[in-house]
Design a protein around this ligand. Structure first.
Ligand code: ZN
Length: 117
């Protein structure tokens, strides 16, 4: 695939992105296995960030775009890692309301979340 074909790459990007979103939402909100989710989440977030940058490159954006895209993706990845918590008591995926603080209690069952992640 030659870079610079935004018209060709975008539909692929969009389809892959939608599928990823759908599958990850299904897995992280339906699975009750907190330990497994805690294990899968960091590599998944990093992979999605790399995939996104790969698509930005494949769509043929100028190199300068990467100077903005790479820090932006790194920031979003770091925030995603911080805001997602997994409750050991009920297995729920708990999203922080404030991306700058970790949730302390499970929004489903009210159990205290440990900060081990
Ligand atoms: Zn819970």
């Amino acid at each position: 695939m030659e870079p610079g074909n935004a018209g060709q790459v975008f539909p692929i990007f969009f389809a892959v992105w939608m599928l990823l979103g759908l599958f990850s939402a299904a897995f992280f909100f339906l699975s009750k296995n907190a330990a497994l989710k805690r294990q899968v989440w960091p590599p998944f977030v990093v992979l999605v960030g790399i995939l996104f940058l790969g698509f930005v490159w494949a769509m043929g954006f100028p190199l300068q775009t990467m100077y903005v895209a790479v820090p932006a993706v790194a920031l979003i990845t770091a925030l995603n890692l911080r805001t997602m918590q997994f409750c050991d008591a009920c297995g729920a995926t708990v999203l922080s309301q404030n991306p700058f603080t970790k949730p302390a209690y499970c929004s489903k069952c009210g159990a205290k979340l440990n900060d081990s992640a």
